[in-house]
Design a protein around this ligand. Structure first.
Ligand code: MIG
Length: 661
């Protein structure tokens, strides 16, 4: 059922037209205050709330408040109320079971038992509300996913291991990282280029002193089965003679202020303009700029700074500087605060998001009303151009900022996390919510982006990362280097990365199946064992695909952890290669020893797991000779997806294998 409130901007999140019904959606009471609408739902004791995509806090979102307003703030502490994505889909499950998608390009606030422990309120202006009824959370997810369209499937090489860091500045730096991986026998598929490859941070340019011939370098690396993946930032530098700037201005493709003048903001390149990603012509134009890099043989990109981030707006900065200039003396704390707050308040200022406009199909609209759609449309711009550039070819594409609907065009990474143990757990807890919202290709910066990682933290994080589609180690400029060869136990890193490649046939096949069946690759235990009260409270274990359960270690100096088995399972212990030990455990609670030198997980009863031999990259992976781990008493099937990994997946690419006990 669909209900319309006010005059929403059509976001393009849904792919099926549904007529709006009259009245108030079931389950809710409605109140209005000015333009904003609040829907309230009384929470029963047994109600859990799932969803909200990238949001913080646990798998069950109850007990906190959230603001879906895409924002770059690199400290993801527990008090935050949102990150880079706006994923307004949730399921209430307990006394009743229903799902809601609030399709709204602007701010959405959710108070899920924060102000009043037993009350859920959602507040927004101008939105379409979709209500889903179903017997189970998974049935509701599948309905919702059918409405929003099939999830993006990256090329197979994007399931390999990726090394990245803000700080690789030149071809020599990248080459050095590659050579270490090669020399140490550490598997690798991708190396990432951060903003320093560009000439003065100008999109779609390459700094010739640092990368004298990126085309030749790309092809050389491809010869070694390594893909180079450059970053693209949202804003375009203001610079005379820079063709992207000149052409965009001439055609009117940048966001403008109230008076129709291009709205100048400060980001990495200094004064910059924001491409109008919501203007269909401008979007097409921006997408076509990727050609420069595609022509060099680049096959993957990551889109950054697309919340969009404003370090400042030219206008607000001018006022702040004037205030500072007129303040010749600080005589009291008030003086100091007035000046310092003015400067601190320059970044991502709400007032600035109200001060520029988009030219959409349906006329001019203030940015604030469509803020959460910016990164989505940047990524859509790129994906639509790729399809034109080489039809049916699969490119790697993921974004920092996103909205539901973008899951059809690319994946996301969860931005600037920190080298904190709590963020390893957060990584796990975000996965089901993201999958519910269609984002299957996702990952967190392994080891943590900010701060100093440790060998132990990185190893534990990789032991989760081996199950996650985007397996990328990325870190901040100036942080402790965290490539897998930087520590003492290089052989352990080699083994753990190798296990990823052993698991790849399973992960890839299950990923593709989930995309086609609107299924979740990562499920909370409660979704699979609905009658099990203990399963409902488990916040640190997940089901991965149809066969596996994971329970990663996420605390320092641990020798293992407690694990809840909701049914009989086989404990699988992998240390190196595709070799493993197996051990049957009955349903129950166990303390499982897990060292940092192994990956431990569980195979469900009635299920099987294919394992390949570890490989140095996806191109070298032998998908024919598989070892099967089985926990079955009757013949059981598993469907492998064995396509080329780069073109459209067809029926004939699936092979169903019959396994005997
Ligand atoms: O303001 O390009 O989240 O992954 O390394 C920081 C530099 C800009 C933020 C991204 C991060 C990236 C960094 N970027």
């Amino acid at each position: 059922m669909k209900y319309r409130f006010g005059h929403p901007y059509v976001t393009g999140a849904v792919v099926k037209e549904i007529a709006a019904a009259e009245g108030v959606p079931a389950h809710f009471t409605l109140s209005r205050k000015g333009e904003s609408v609040t829907l309230s739902y009384p929470l029963a004791k047994e109600d859990a709330v799932y969803g909200l995509g990238e949001q913080l806090r646990g798998i069950n979102k109850r007990g906190w408040h959230y603001e879906n307003w895409n924002l770059d703030d690199p400290v993801h502490h527990e008090g935050r109320t949102g990150l880079y994505g706006a994923h307004n889909f949730f399921i209430v499950c307990g006394k009743e079971c229903f799902g809601v998608f609030l399709d709204c390009g602007g701010r959405v606030s959710l108070d899920i038992g924060y102000t009043d422990a037993d009350l859920f309120t959602v507040t927004a202006q101008d939105f379409d509300l979709y209500l889903f009824e179903g017997d189970s959370p998974l049935a509701i997810v599948k309905q919702f996913r059918a409405l929003i369209g099939r999830s993006y499937i990256p090329p197979k090489w994007a399931f390999g291991y990726a090394q990245s860091r803000w700080g690789y500045k030149s071809e020599a730096d990248i080459r050095e990282v590659y050579e270490h991986y090669e020399k140490e026998g550490l598997p690798l598929d991708m190396l990432f280029l951060d903003i320093d490859y560009m000439e003065r941070f100008k999109d779609f340019t390459v700094d010739k002193t640092r990368f004298p011939d990126l085309k030749a370098f790309t092809s050389e690396m491809k010869g070694k089965n390594i893909h180079l993946v450059p970053i693209i930032d949202a804003a375009v530098k203001v610079e005379k003679g820079y063709s992207v700037y000149e052409e965009g201005v001439k055609k009117g493709y940048f966001c403008k202020d109230e008076k129709g003048k291009p709205f100048v903001v400060g980001v990495w390149p200094g004064n910059s303009l924001l491409p109008d990603m919501l203007n269909p012509e401008a979007r097409k134009w921006f997408g076509s700029q990727y050609k420069v890099l595609l022509d060099m043989g680049i096959e993957g990109f990551w889109n950054d700074m697309n919340e969009p981030v404003l370090f400042y707006s030219e206008e607000r900065l001018k006022n702040a500087l004037a205030l500072a200039a007129s303040t010749t003396e600080i005589t009291c704390l008030d003086d100091y605060e007035r000046v310092s707050h003015t400067f601190f308040g320059l970044q991502n200022n709400d007032g600035d998001y109200r001060a520029f406009y988009h030219e959409t199909e349906n006329g001019r609209i203030v940015h604030e009303a469509v803020h959460n759609l910016y990164g989505y449309n940047m990524t859509r711009a790129a994906a639509e151009y790729f399809e034109q550039y080489t039809p049916k070819k699969r490119y790697l594409l993921f974004s920092r900022s996103s909205y539901i609907g973008m899951h059809r065009y690319g994946g996301i990474w969860t931005g600037d996390n920190s080298a904190w143990w709590s963020h390893l757990l957060l990584n796990l807890q975000q996965l089901p919510g993201l999958n519910m919202c269609g984002f299957l290709y996702t990952g967190a910066d392994l080891g943590g982006f900010g701060g100093s990682t440790t060998e132990e933290l990185l190893l534990r994080w990789l032991a989760l990362g081996v199950f996650v589609p985007l397996m990328r180690n990325h870190s901040n400029l100036g942080s402790r280097p965290q490539e897998c060869y930087r520590f003492t136990k290089t052989n352990v890193f080699r083994n753990i990365l190798g296990i990823r490649y052993s698991l790849l046939p399973y992960l890839y096949s299950e990923y593709v199946r989930c995309a086609f069946e609107n299924d979740m690759l990562f499920k909370p235990l409660s979704f699979v064992y609905p009658g099990d009260a203990r399963a409902k409270t488990v916040e640190d274990q997940l089901l991965v695909g149809d066969s596996l359960m994971i329970a990663p270690v996420y605390t320092q100096n641990a020798a293992g952890r407690y694990v809840y088995l909701p049914e009989r399972m086989k404990l699988i212990r992998m240390k190196a290669g595709d070799r493993f030990t197996e051990h049957v455990l009955e349903k129950g609670e166990y303390y499982i020893p897990v060292s940092t030198e192994e990956v431990v997980f569980f195979l469900r009863f009635g299920k099987v797991l294919p394992l390949a031999k570890p490989a140095k990259n996806t191109a070298a992976l032998d998908e024919k000779n598989l070892t099967w781990v089985k926990f079955i008493e009757a013949p059981t099937q598993f469907t492998l997806c064995r396509d080329s990994g780069t073109s459209e997946i067809k029926k004939g690419d699936f092979e169903t294998v019959l396994l005997e006990p």
